[in-house]
Write a protein that binds this ligand. Structure first.
Ligand code: NA7
Length: 536
């Protein structure tokens, strides 16, 4: 079936995005015999892993977990080479999946969806692309990704800057050679922390502009032990089932302590934190059961990391600037490879722009803290308009011309993170109000794709033409998502989970906390005939 031939007739579904979500969603719907057309702005599959090609880019969930489980053959045949997969390997995996399940033929690449309008009479979505096509489909599925709309701050004078600029989330395919260059990196989130050691090695000189220091622990990346991989593969279904029961849908094998940090002596705390620091990655937060429970308990873990930063970084003033004064874990903890050590290099400087922001760009560089910095290239590691950005960049209009941008002007409102009242037959994958970025993304994607495919089958079996979240159910859901976050330390920091990184974005905690609870709740909704959805 040629894509072009589909244009002009009514399809069952349009899927937006060919990342992990869009690929699996398309696969499932095609398997069900539905006519599907996918659109992807990149020239190939991979989504987040297609765009984030910056040096050092690596997943913070371990390789044996960050992969699809829907196909036993796939999970048996694919060989990961490292404990945490580097971006090129994850992209190669995405390509392998596309080849293996023959997915590319359903997608139009280098094509962005610009607008979508729900036509009530026919109960169809009219979908417009930047290539001028208009397609009609009964279902519209947004697999647009949580971290796919780059956040590019509006720096004064940026247009006057004469050198090249790069955003970590839209890195050139051909790579960048920084040899012999004076480079500036703005941003010290995960992307900055992962790329800075690599850029420092290449560049003549690197200046890092830091607005907020971040907690980071060593990833302890290493080649994946073939025996470990084989033992997981021998019992992969159980390994996945165990992960499914974890709050973030990964890490069942983590040695989680059940001890309170308050019951430990200072010496015991030190020994325990040291042990977990050596293990590498997110497991650090499992050193004690209650690190996330209160500001008091959290401070022990935060103090330990601050102490480590002081030991690694030789200049005490620089070490001090690199020490966050916030809660550990409420911004995403970063797993690094030699980040703090990089500041001991003679060719690296740290500039604190916390109290006075970067003033302006000039033709030769930028001005900050009353100083001029001459820069041959600038890297923006400034993150994303997370979770809502990619959805709201599309002009989506539901019933009676209701615009999603207007409806969400005070923050996203969804039912189950899957649908929004007033937008029948539109599903979001890993949308705000679902576990999304606070769970293993691939697992969340599979759960959503399967749920959406089943909901569509149910609607078709019941001759439902408009399947829509009810406003009351949505309001209750938003309350549940908020209450769950308020019981935690997450609201304490200005994180992208709250939209706090984008000027003017409403401060709303977007992910649903607790993957197993979420699955139980949405399964109950389905078991009760999709309670909370109106089916007309
Ligand atoms: P993040 O974690 O949002 O980090 C972005 C960084 O950019 C962060 O340090 C920001 O400081 C900084 N930033 C943003 N705007 C500015 C301006 N105007 N001036 C100076 N500094 C600025 O994005 P990442 O791409 O690193 O990581 C996103 C996720 O991808 C990550 O959590 C993993 O899940 C993978 P701020 O902290 O806002 O003060």
């Amino acid at each position: 079936m040629q894509d072009q031939k589909l244009s002009g007739r009514r399809l069952d579904a349009v899927v937006v995005g060919a990342g992990f979500g869009g690929m699996y969603m398309t696969h499932l719907l095609v398997q069900k015999g539905l006519s599907v057309r996918g659109f992807e702005r990149g020239d190939d599959v991979g989504g987040t892993w297609y765009w984030n090609r910056y040096p050092g880019c690596r997943c913070d969930v371990e390789s044996m977990e960050y992969s699809y489980k829907f196909s036993e053959e796939l999970q048996q045949e694919w060989e990961w080479s490292e404990r945490y997969s580097p971006q090129p390997e994850i992209l190669a995996y995405a390509n392998h999946v596309a080849d293996r399940f023959d997915l590319r033929r359903h997608f139009s690449f280098q094509t962005s969806v610009t607008a979508a309008r729900y036509c009530e009479g026919d109960a169809v979505w009219e979908v417009e692309t930047d290539t001028g096509e208009v397609i009609e489909a009964r279902y519209l599925i947004m697999a647009t990704g949580c971290l796919s709309a780059a956040n590019m701050p509006d720096f004064p004078g940026l247009e006057t800057y004469g050198g090249p600029t790069y955003h970590t989330g839209a890195w050139p395919k051909e790579g960048v050679d920084f040899a012999g260059k004076r480079v500036g990196v703005i941003g010290t989130g995960s992307s900055g922390i992962q790329s800075i050691p690599f850029i420092a090695e290449q560049a003549d000189h690197l200046t890092v502009f830091q607005r907020t220091p971040n907690f980071s622990v060593p990833a302890r990346n290493m080649p994946l032990d073939p025996e470990l991989a084989a033992s997981i593969k021998a019992n992969y279904a159980q390994f996945r089932a165990d992960a499914y029961q974890q709050p973030a849908a990964f890490g069942a094998h983590f040695p989680r302590s059940e001890d309170s940090v308050l019951d430990a002596t200072p010496e015991e705390r030190e020994v325990r934190f040291e042990k977990y620091w050596e293990l590498g990655g997110f497991v650090f937060l499992s050193a004690f059961e209650d690190i996330g429970a209160s500001l008091e308990t959290n401070k022990f873990a935060a103090d330990f990391v601050r102490k480590k930063i002081g030991e690694i970084v030789t200049d005490p003033k620089v070490a001090d600037l690199l020490c966050p004064d916030t809660v550990i874990g409420c911004k995403r903890l970063v797993a690094d490879s030699g980040y703090f050590e990089t500041y001991n290099r003679a060719n690296v400087d740290l500039v604190d722009v916390s109290s006075s922001p970067i003033e302006r760009f000039t033709p030769d560089g930028l001005e900050a803290c009353g100083r001029s910095f001459d820069l041959d290239a600038v890297v923006f590691a400034t993150g994303f308009d997370a979770m809502t950005g990619a959805l709201l960049r599309i002009d989506i209009q539901g019933r009676n011309g209701l615009s999603l941008r207007d409806k969400w002007s005070a923050g996203p409102r969804t039912y189950l993170g899957l649908a929004s009242a007033g937008f029948p037959n539109l599903f979001m994958m890993t949308g705000p109000g679902s576990p999304s970025v606070l769970a293993n993304m691939v697992t969340g994607i599979e759960q959503h794709a399967e749920y959406i495919a089943q909901a569509i089958s149910w609607a078709d079996d019941h001759k439902v033409s408009a399947f829509e979240a009810e406003l009351d159910a949505e309001n209750r859901w938003v309350e549940i998502v908020n209450l769950r976050s308020e019981e935690t330390l997450y609201p304490q920091c200005n994180s992208w989970y709250l939209g706090a990184n984008v000027p003017g974005k409403p401060r709303v905690f977007m992910p649903f906390l607790g993957f197993p609870d979420y699955v139980a709740m949405v399964d109950e909704v389905a078991a009760k005939g999709y309670e909370g959805f109106r089916s007309g």
